[in-house]
Design a protein around this ligand. Structure first.
Ligand SMILES: [Zn+2]
Length: 495
């Protein structure tokens, strides 16, 4: 049974001062909580209860008021823990096969905008507000706990009272597991891309034989003969499609993904040892070549044989999923790819299909929502950051010009590990105010700024945060408008 808040009493609204976020006000087990913003922009938690016992886990100050106690607390990490404990829906929980969406938030400011979008769309889409990859946390100087805590305060501020997830995204090393389990994530995205062998895509038969012979069969708890026998010659009849597993495709699949399977299993076992109540996504979306149907079969079946229990799988789909722009490729081919992978996910699982780098790919959402019948996870990461830059462009064009200059100067370093097709030479070096206003709408500048976040935050963080804090409502409105377009296509299939 999920915890839900109590009805707000008619007297509760009278407690709010004019600095309160009215939508944050919530009553639960006899205590009424809300968030307010002081003159200097600091946010504080206020709570009112009959007596002090409700505030046990928090650190703050209390004062007697008419008929009870008023409590004021800073938005510290300790108080974030206490708030999650008091309002338990704010504690990340597992979503199983239910439709879900991940909203990366590099700044720790965007969650109230994400909540607004969810409220507008009003569908059974389960949100993961706390989601960041280890790579991004490093570039943004955030800890796993920062990611969880910022999402907690943001969800509370915007009055989200349904379950939330928490995705430790794109974990690649064993140590990444240690760092993130302590913070309270419940969804772990295991990404063995460094161990996936791209050479196997085009290697000749002899080279493939050598690669599979050299696999770590002990860790795979099998041997080549057993493996070959269990797949070669099989035919998998799906709803609309059939997959023939011939020797060539099976061995090539194992040559390519075998080392990744070994590594992912090591990460998985490390995770299970921690005893964390969690679910797992297996992701190969950032590898070099699309995941073929036979590869999907072999990878998933081998992981299952080795005991990995995963709730979603992120293959690399056909075409190009670049940061912050529409899908690049043949949309009919992508639709067929979604259908085959979705049929496989139903036949071999069920598990969710996960669509990564999912932001701004508007043409793809209705297709994957339908193909999966809502058994899907949409993962967006940097698009909230890109949209936040609109607030800078709108309110401080000079700062935006400085940001652009830095993003261009540092582009070659920033672009590493991202799929991009932008041409920086097409961006005006000294843009007019009108051109500044369009930077986030043009592919070249959008991508250059999209991947520049590390360098940009390093240099301009205090000035940027000042603009975002001074224009908070505009920021939330921009984020909400952007995400309504992402979520609405999933609504008819959300479950
Ligand atoms: Zn990804």
């Amino acid at each position: 049974m999920t915890a839900r808040p109590d009805e707000l009493s008619s007297s509760a609204a009278g407690l709010l001062g004019d600095r309160a976020y009215p939508e944050s006000q919530v009553s639960y087990k006899g205590t009424t909580y809300w968030l307010e913003r002081s003159v200097d922009g600091e946010k504080r938690l206020i709570a009112v209860a009959e007596d002090e016992s409700a505030f046990g886990g928090f650190a703050g100050t209390t004062e007697r008021i008419d008929g009870g106690v008023r409590f004021v607390a800073e938005t510290t990490p300790k108080n974030a823990v206490a708030l999650r404990s008091a309002l338990s829906w704010l504690t990340p929980s597992r979503f199983g096969l239910h439709t879900s969406a991940g909203f990366g938030d590099r700044l720790g400011l965007a969650t109230p905008g994400h909540v607004r979008a969810l409220k507008v769309v009003d569908a059974a889409i389960n949100p993961v507000f706390a989601q960041q990859s280890i790579r991004e946390m490093g570039r943004c100087h955030r800890t796993p706990r920062n990611v969880i805590d910022d999402a907690t305060w943001g969800a509370f501020q915007a009055g989200w009272t349904k379950p939330v997830g928490g995705d430790a995204d794109h974990l690649e090393q064993l140590e990444d597991i240690d760092e993130t389990t302590a913070a309270g994530f419940v969804f772990y995205t295991l990404d063995p891309k460094a161990e996936v062998d791209p050479e196997a895509e085009h290697a000749d038969a002899g080279a493939i034989q050598q690669k599979v012979a050299a696999l770590d069969w002990a860790s795979l708890e099998s041997d080549l003969a057993t493996f070959t026998k269990s797949y070669v010659g099989q035919r998998i009849d799906l709803e609309q499609h059939a997959i023939e597993l011939d020797e060539e495709s099976v061995l090539r699949a194992m040559a390519k993904y075998g080392p990744g399977i070994v590594h992912a299993m090591a990460m998985y076992r490390r995770l299970i040892e921690k005893g964390t109540d969690c679910e797992v996504e297996f992701a190969v979306d950032e590898t070099d070549y699309p995941t073929k149907p036979a590869e999907h079969v072999v990878v998933v079946s081998e992981l299952q044989r080795l005991g990995m229990d995963f709730v979603s799988f992120a293959p690399r789909f056909v075409g190009r999923f670049e940061k912050g722009v529409e899908y690049i490729g043949d949309i009919d081919e992508l639709q067929r790819d979604f259908e085959i992978h979705a049929e496989l996910a139903r036949a071999l699982g069920p598990y969710k299909l996960s669509l990564h780098s999912g932001s701004d790919k508007y043409s793809t959402y209705p297709l994957i929502a339908e193909a999966t019948q809502g058994v899907v996870h949409l993962k967006t990461a940097g698009t909230s950051w890109a949209e936040a830059l609109r607030v800078i462009a709108n309110n401080d064009p000079d700062l935006m010009r400085e940001v652009l200059t830095l993003a261009l100067d540092s582009f070659e370093a920033n672009r590493k590990s991202y799929h991009l097709s932008c041409d920086p030479t097409k961006i005006p070096a000294d843009p007019t105010d009108d051109q500044v206003a369009q930077l986030m709408d043009r592919v070249d500048s959008r991508q250059v700024l999209h991947v520049g976040y590390g360098a940009i935050l390093e240099e301009f963080k205090p000035r940027l945060y000042q603009v975002w804090n001074d224009n908070e409502d505009e920021h939330y409105r921009i984020i909400a408008d952007h995400f309504v377009k992402h979520l609405a296509p999933f609504a008819p299939y959300a479950q």
